[in-house]
Write a protein that binds this ligand. Structure first.
Ligand SMILES: *Cc1c(COP(=O)(O)O)cnc(C)c1O
Length: 433
């Protein structure tokens, strides 16, 4: 299968090229040239299948032309070494818990899949080792580092701003060792990102080593997120409640919800979607005005959604051929400020005993507001509440139990290389490798 760029100026790419490059040459996002429809018989049969079995079928529709069936199955099975259970919160609202992976956030699925697919291409082409550079403000670094941990042929450099990520976040990518190196940059997140960009543009460095990015816009991180929409539907179907399914997705860069829209385009019978935002309400404004106007993001307690210019908006536009009515027909939008997010976490906890994280809280509240008639709602619980420990504890006034997985990261020894924010020192460091 070929992948085209949403900007239409770059040549079509093979899957391997799209995965290694991430972004197309014209700065557009890669889209698969076909979205295969799965037969209705498969949709009906899903309730009798496991998560891995369902995911294999979905993966085959995207990657089946480019990866042999056995290998693809191995990649899918290896990626999904954890469950994404559907948990009842109220009679008509269900939580799709995407936080049972190694770093307790949904980004584990895409990062693990991409690492394994990249390793496959390296093996197959007998290619030299690949070095992944990733700048992080906290969460992406841990998902990528853990996703690539121990994968042969790949070395990961995580660049993070010294003193600007939480202790839990830092522990998730500085204590791993093996093929993961944490670079502690004396600067801001923007400085880290600038270093990565400069590295990709530096001829000498690129001649010296194979560099690639594991950005969330990569097709190998983005498409596998559709797996759990199918599986969530299957779980609801087992309960006999899938007649009018609504998905509510806490959204920042809009990759997660776009994967859901792809699932629908493949034939998953989803009635409609909700994009739940914090105060960064660009998408809602787009729905209301039919104009897309990016602006600087504002900081909120649901910080993984503090995005002022969501990259994947280009994919949504492309999927619906630029039609505002078609998009507004399928997706509605809601926006909540920190106070509303806090109120939701506290109230839902007191009333149902279910503890939401600040991102999931947006998703929950949007369902609560919008569900009508016979609809059943699923919100994506994108991270475990313990990842936002102080915030959540301050809201509920109760201690949050820290999962063993998270505690284990805290026990490890921090290993990092400190570097100044200038490019020369970073380049010199990499040239020695
Ligand atoms: C990244 C992230 C999001 C936003 O997902 P997008 O795909 O960027 O829309 C939501 N919640 C959590 C916890 C995240 O880490």
């Amino acid at each position: 299968m070929k992948y085209y760029s949403t900007n239409g100026q770059a040549p079509a790419a093979s899957l391997r090229e799209a995965v290694v490059k991430g972004l197309a040459g014209d700065k557009g996002l890669y889209m698969p040239e076909r979205i295969g429809r799965l037969p209705e018989s498969f949709i009906r049969e899903m309730k009798n299948l496991s998560f891995r079995e369902i995911a294999c079928r979905v993966a085959d529709a995207f990657f089946g032309d480019d990866v042999e069936a056995d290998t693809l199955k191995e990649i899918v099975y290896d990626t999904l070494a954890f469950d994404t259970p559907l948990v009842e919160v109220t009679g008509r609202i269900y939580s799709l818990e995407l936080f049972h992976g190694p770093t307790l956030a949904f980004k584990d699925v895409g990062a693990r899949f991409m690492a394994r697919l990249l390793a496959y291409f390296i093996r197959k082409e007998g290619q030299a080792d690949v070095n992944v550079l990733v700048a992080t403000s906290g969460d992406t670094g841990s998902a990528v580092a853990n996703g690539f941990l121990g994968v042969p042929g790949i070395h990961v450099y995580v660049l993070y701003p010294k003193g600007k990520v939480s202790r839990i976040q830092e522990a998730q990518f500085t204590t791993l060792g093996q093929n993961i190196t944490a670079l502690e940059i004396d600067g801001t997140f923007d400085d880290c990102q600038a270093l990565v960009k400069s590295a990709f543009m530096d001829r000498e460095l690129n001649a010296h080593m194979n560099l690639t990015s594991a950005n969330s816009i990569n097709v190998a991180r983005f498409l596998p997120q559709s797996f759990y929409y199918f599986y969530a539907y299957a779980q609801l179907d087992r309960l006999g409640l899938a007649g009018e399914t609504v998905f509510s997705v806490p959204s920042g860069n809009f990759g997660n919800i776009t994967a859901g829209l792809f699932a629908r385009a493949m034939g998953l019978p989803v009635k409609r979607f909700v994009a739940a935002n914090n105060r960064n309400r660009l998408f809602l404004d787009y729905l209301e005005t039919a104009r897309y106007s990016p602006r600087p993001s504002v900081a909120t307690i649901a910080n993984a959604m503090d995005v002022g210019d969501p990259s994947n908006f280009a994919r949504i536009l492309d999927l619906y051929e630029g039609s505002h009515p078609a998009i507004a027909d399928t997706v509605s939008g809601y926006s909540y400020d920190d106070e509303e997010i806090g109120e939701t976490i506290n109230r839902v906890y007191k009333e149902t005993g279910y503890l939401l994280d600040p991102h999931g809280a947006c998703g929950y509240r949007a369902l609560e507001t919008s569900l009508a008639g016979k609809e059943t709602g699923i919100f994506l619980e994108t991270a475990h509440p313990a990842k936002f420990l102080e915030t959540v504890q301050n809201i509920t006034g109760e201690e949050v139990e820290i999962p063993v997985k998270l505690q284990q990261f805290m026990l490890g020894t921090k290993q990092s290389v400190e570097l100044p924010k200038g490019f020369e020192a970073f380049k010199a460091y990499l040239l020695e490798k």
